[in-house]
Design a protein around this ligand. Structure first.
Ligand code: HEM
Length: 343
């Protein structure tokens, strides 16, 4: 909620005028992970950090481009050809350099008896297990673990919040109902907290429906079978790349009341109570499903309810809200402008 306070102030400064919310939201969401991993947040005006976030967004888009697909098939040929595939490596190196700098700063004033964040804890594990080569704790591992948390924890949640804004602009009647529920359960004298969620079935249903319809990670994360497997009667040899199609489940006509249109009723029973169908799998399922699910759900609930408690969201006058998206590792809304009018 501390991060929301910064965001709230920044949005108040827009005076209800339309603006592109992408960078503020990306920065605010990333700051939650940064506080846990680096032990600090970054100002919304920090150019070095803003540049890093834009590199990450660019890399996620590039990853599914034709150039990268060609690179995966013909790496040695593509190495000789200039093109956007080279940009991906440059993005990757710059993000890694940023992480390395932060790790070096941690080394400089590291006190193992009082760990400040994830990096400090990992450094302790490296030291404790330096004679155990099987344990897998080493500096390179630290860099990749931080990179994983940083990338996976920023773009997914911030893109979902951007979609929530888009859907609230598109369906003002849904927005009004959420605001009415916030008014009944939380009021205006305090900020929402996560314990309010069970008393707010409509809001909960809206957030779930935003996640279902926005389908932010449509093809999950590619995996590989580590042994011969039989699944649903099909033989899948060891070493086969698996790309789970979450879209087919999130939009399965046999599983949802209205599979292809935005309707919070997909998550409400006839008594208006919240109910989650088993086909709701935006975080995937099984042993390797998203480890950040609980954090993401908390962030989505707290940011979303705090925004709608304080502001009414609307498109710039005379414009239509579009549900068009950009395709990449994540599906994100096309750039848009929005007004936050204080309530
Ligand atoms: C709305 C937000 C989010 C969505 C929709 C989402 C979705 C996913 C999906 C579909 C996967 C692939 C799981 C699989 O292969 O079975 C995944 C993996 C992962 N997620 Fe998330 N995620 C979100 C937020 C977060 C957050 C906040 C974090 C940070 C703590 C995070 C960290 C990760 C990591 C580290 C992996 C890779 C796990 C591995 O390789 O085993 N995610 N996420």
């Amino acid at each position: 909620m501390e991060e929301y306070t910064f965001l709230h102030k920044t949005i108040m400064d827009t005076n209800g005028l339309p603006f592109d919310p992408h960078y503020f939201i990306n920065n605010a969401v990333s700051n939650i992970i940064c506080s846990m991993v680096f032990g600090k947040r970054f100002e919304y005006t920090d150019q070095r950090f803003l540049n890093l976030l834009s590199l990450m967004s660019k890399a996620l888009k590039l990853q599914t481009s034709v150039w990268i697909q060609l690179y995966s098939v013909f790496p040695s040929v593509m190495d000789l050809i200039p093109g956007p595939h080279k940009d991906l490596f440059s993005c990757f190196h710059q993000v890694c350099a940023f992480i390395r700098e932060e790790v070096d700063k941690h080394y400089a004033d590291w006190d193992p008896s009082s760990p400040r964040d994830f990096i400090d804890c990992y450094l302790t594990e490296i030291q404790k297990r330096k004679d155990d080569l099987e344990a897998g704790f080493h500096e390179e591992g630290l860099q990749y673990a931080v990179l994983d948390l940083f990338v996976a924890g920023t773009e997914t949640t911030s893109t979902t919040l951007l979609w929530a804004f888009v859907y609230m602009m598109k369906y003002p009647e849904v927005q009004e109902k959420v605001q009415a529920e916030i008014g009944r359960v939380v009021g205006q004298s305090r900020r929402p907290n996560f314990d309010d969620r069970p008393s707010m079935p409509y809001t909960d249903a809206v957030i779930h429906e935003v996640q279902r319809m926005s389908n932010v990670v449509p093809l999950s994360v590619p995996r590989m079978t580590n042994e011969d497997t039989i699944l649903g009667g099909y033989f899948i040899p060891k070493g086969t790349q698996i790309i789970p199609n979450l879209t087919s489940v999130l939009f399965d006509q046999t599983k949802w009341k209205t599979s292809h249109s935005f309707d919070p009723q997909n998550f409400l029973n006839t008594q208006g109570e919240f109910e989650k169908p088993e086909a709701f799998i935006p975080f995937s399922i099984g042993k390797r499903s998203c480890p950040g699910e609980s954090l993401a759900r908390m962030e989505l609930f707290l940011f979303f309810t705090s925004f709608l408690q304080s502001f009414t969201l609307s498109p710039p006058e005379g414009t239509q809200t579009s549900l068009d998206f950009k395709f990449g590792m994540t599906l994100s809304p096309k750039p848009f402008r929005i007004s936050f009018t204080p309530r």
